[in-house]
Design a protein around this ligand. Sequence first.
Ligand code: RB5
Length: 166
Amino acid sequence: MGGPSVAAFRRKREVVVAMTKVLIACDHGGLELKVQLVGDLASWGHEVLDLGVHSSESVNYPDLALKLCRSLVAGEGELGVLVCGTGIGMSIAANKVSGVRAALVGDCYSARMAREHNNANVVCLGGRVLGPDRAGAVLKAFMEARFEGGRHQRRLDIIASVEAEA
Ligand code: RB5
């Protein structure tokens, strides 16, 4: 008696999750999955800014990774999603941008850890690796997790100090 109902808790949690502005981009290898994920993110209540590409014409994945990451560190979004064939090239390029912590993930546990422990602000997914259901579940796990801080912040500070040196 007196405490919030389960339904009220769920409603509150949905409101928190709905606050996120998400940037998303892909190359030709990630286009099909990106189209799906734009819909998934919107259906979960997020604000989505799609930075391209919008056709299957061959492009260079670093151009898209850098475009998204520069927008992200400029404050145009809170989280980023990058999709290429494997997610590997996007993650390598994304982590060259100071302030970006990009995680290449293919399972829900790693997706959750990427935020809880690593405070990842960009998730990279492989459009030729993950099926649509797995990719949606992985992204959902990433979106719903929260950074735990504490000892994990200390470790991120070490990484940030290397960025500062550069
Ligand atoms: C493009 O063919 C492919 O190399 C790219 O999508 C990505 O997988 C690179 O890491």
